[in-house]
Design a protein around this ligand. Structure first.
Ligand code: NDP
Length: 283
């Protein structure tokens, strides 16, 4: 059994991004610039924004946080985004979710210029993923695919089970696995035979948000298990997979923390770099 070390791999990626940032900065005479928009005061969101900011700084990517009060109107927020879309000195735009209830998150996402959509949530990027053409792939699913590639396992022809069908993790990762020729099943809260499906899966991705719901007896011998879940239980971070029992069956498994989480940030840096380069080539 091998533990997939997302922390170490993310470090390598960040080092590589830093090198590329330096060389592109020299080539284009400016450095990539990511703007993160945060609405309201959600402590978890504030932590994520701080982590993204720090990671950008270390990689040589300029990063600006725009903090808006939760009382901001939808129109005002959309205008802020339109201004960022039009600003040639901004290469990546990320609106930290969740947004207050009076703001339609879909409208906000649709307003972001898709070429600056580092989160890969814009319908244009989702469509590119679906068709299998070049687009910006959302950071967590992209990080998961990088982790899988790193294990060296073959994806083609394998049975993959994705538990969870959210727009930000489950659906895009299922599509990416399908694009790599896996046979993909997506399970969700109404799935009736989850245990049976799990025991058949060569690749199992758990993205649910329920601590330790996937136990060792649900895992096929020799499977690759990616645990996306981040659940805070008594001040500890716990995954969706019961690591102790699962590691007895899996050939490769990610820990929580130190698996998917750090890969998400590394992939965001890659996306910012990709957006920057594509925009410079167009200019
Ligand atoms: P959502 O709450 O949006 O989606 C959860 C999914 O799990 C839904 O599709 C839901 O089904 C499904 N589900 C709920 N209960 C069950 C069940 N009993 N059996 C099978 N499926 C079930 O969550 P996210 O996709 O946003 O996040 C999932 C987890 O990943 C969370 O713990 C989150 O914190 C973590 N996460 C981690 C990231 C990282 O960087 N490490 C990034 C993003 C998320 P239905 O659609 O039917 O309701």
């Amino acid at each position: 059994m091998s533990i997939i070390d997302g922390k170490a791999l993310s470090k390598e990626i960040r080092k590589d991004v830093k090198k590329q940032v330096a060389s592109l900065t020299e080539k284009y005479g400016k450095s990539p610039h990511l703007v993160v928009v945060l609405v309201g005061e959600n402590p978890a969101s504030e932590t994520y924004v701080r982590m993204k900011h720090r990671a950008c700084e270390r990689a040589g990517i300029r990063s600006t946080a725009i903090n808006k009060s939760s009382a901001i109107s939808e129109k005002e927020l959309l205008d802020t985004i339109i201004n960022l879309n039009e600003d040639p000195d901004v290469h990546g735009i990320l609106v930290q979710l969740p947004l207050p209830e009076h703001i339609d998150a879909n409208k906000v996402i649709n307003t972001i210029e898709y070429k600056k959509d580092v989160d890969g949530f814009h319908p244009m990027n989702i469509a590119a993923l679906q068709i299998g053409t070049q687009g910006i792939v959302s950071a967590t699913p992209k990080g998961i695919m990088t982790l899988l590639e790193h294990t060296g396992i073959e994806i083609e022809g394998k049975q993959a089970l994705v538990i969870g069908r959210s727009n930000i993790v489950g659906k895009p990762v299922a599509q990416l696995l399908l694009n790599k020729n896996a046979t993909v099943t997506i399970a969700h809260s109404r799935t009736r035979n989850l245990e049976e499906l799990s025991r058949d899966a060569d690749i199992l991705i758990a993205a649910v948000g329920r601590p330790k719901m996937v136990t060792g007896d649900m895992i096929k011998e020799g499977a690759t298990v990616i645990d996306v879940g981040v659940n805070r239980v008594e001040d500890k971070l716990i995954g969706d997979v019961d690591f102790e029992s699962a590691k007895e069956k899996a050939a490769h498994i990610t820990p929580v923390p130190g698996g998917v989480g750090p890969m998400t940030i590394a992939s965001l840096l890659q996306n910012t770099l990709e957006c920057f380069e594509a925009l410079q080539k167009e200019a």
